[in-house]
Write a protein that binds this ligand. Structure first.
Ligand code: MRU
Length: 360
């Protein structure tokens, strides 16, 4: 059974239930988010993480923010709270495009509602936000399933697949992106082995990807991040598949720090490198990866390993959370709409504007 990373409980006065991913795999604990401030903190500290899961959670975050509206408040006040809250949540993980995309989607649906029904109440405005957040959730589940189906063919029988960070069910509302491809291949009876990079500094690969794949009974082996080249040299890796946090118009892709070096290693060893991500991860407003903002994280994620300090006091730390893989090193981007082979600006724009593929 695939784990459910997040769930809205109740109606407009309800709350968002999250699996606290900071505590996995040692403890399986659920968190109840009842305010936008609590959700902001949960996103910032990676209790909920992974670009699509953050986007869906933030959509529900706006529903939480609007709970403070009083029935007597006007629509103008309702929209003001919504816009301010969206700006606040967008600042929590600046590299994540799904976050801005889903916040923008709620804002648009609310503005359209107000334009069409200027006499509506804030209660109705809140209902619209919840309905839209629920639609985003359902579409995310469907998107994951389609990505799995579209990418499954890239996993050959008896292959060794390397992945980085966690792009699984914990990172989405559904079955994941990169891991959905693996779950689908597994469902289809293919035998293969996954190498999960441990993914320093926060160990999403070791803690979360290994946990998910083990539950699904997929053969998984954890390696330290600095072992990938050696495995490739040994011929153990037939493909690399990762998720993405933001994809520029030319196909340059931001993902967890360390993904870029894997792409260069893959090129050097003649191994195909695939990105699995929904359409909502593309940011066509930026031309290339050089424009993607890279989130900087606190130093103590590097200076401590668990509770133990591993770096001398007073030493400078640099802790970027993401890096950018160049489009030229990506064999294909797998989306819910299909596959973009050898991604470039033209192929991406054609793929995203093909209405016959629209899932929304
Ligand atoms: O810092 P994180 O754990 O949120 O980083 C997550 C990743 O880099 C994932 O690969 C990406 O968000 C895709 S998740 C489907």
């Amino acid at each position: 059974m695939i784990v459910q990373a997040l769930k809205w409980v109740g109606g407009i006065d309800g709350f968002l239930e999250l699996i606290d991913q900071r505590r996995l795999p040692a403890e399986f604990v659920k968190l109840q988010c009842r305010s936008i401030e609590q959700l902001f903190e949960s996103i910032k500290t990676l209790a909920v993480r992974g670009a699509p899961a953050i986007g869906v959670s933030a959509a529900y975050g706006l529903v939480l923010a609007m709970q403070k509206l009083k029935p007597a408040d006007g629509l103008e006040e309702g929209l003001k709270v919504l816009i301010e809250s969206a700006e606040y949540l967008a600042s929590s993980r600046p590299t994540d495009e799904n976050l801005s995309c889903e916040l923008e989607r709620i804002r648009k649906s609310e503005e359209e509602f107000v334009a069409g029904q200027p006499e509506a109440t804030v209660q109705e405005l809140r209902e619209v936000a919840l309905a839209e957040a629920n639609a985003i959730y359902r579409e995310d589940v469907d998107m994951c399933r389609r990505i799995g189906q579209n990418g499954e063919r890239f996993i050959k029988k008896d292959a060794g697949i390397l992945t980085h960070c966690n792009a699984g069910a914990l990172a989405t509302a559904g079955e994941g992106t990169a891991l959905s491809v693996m779950f689908e291949a597994h469902k289809n009876g293919k035998k293969f082995r996954v190498y999960a990079d441990e993914t320093r500094p926060l160990l999403q690969g070791a803690r979360l990807t290994a946990w998910e794949l083990k539950q699904a009974r997929i053969d998984v082996t954890v390696i330290c991040d600095n072992m990938a080249a050696y495995l490739m040299k040994q011929g153990r890796v037939d493909a690399v598949i990762t998720g993405a946090d933001r994809i520029a118009a030319n196909g340059d892709t931001a993902n967890k720090i360390g993904t870029y070096s894997l792409s260069i290693l893959a090129r050097e060893h003649g191994i195909p490198f695939y990105i699995a991500a929904p359409s909502s991860t593309f940011d066509l407003s930026i031309k290339s990866g050089a424009e993607i903002p890279i989130e900087q994280r606190p130093a103590d994620e590097v200076t401590f390993f668990g509770d133990r300090r591993t770096v001398p006091e007073g030493v400078d730390i640099y802790n970027p959370a993401f890096d950018v893989t160049e489009a030229q090193d990506i064999a294909a981007i797998i989306t819910e709409r299909g596959v973009i082979e050898k991604p470039n600006a033209e192929a991406i724009s054609g793929h995203l504007s093909d209405d016959s593929q629209d899932s929304r």
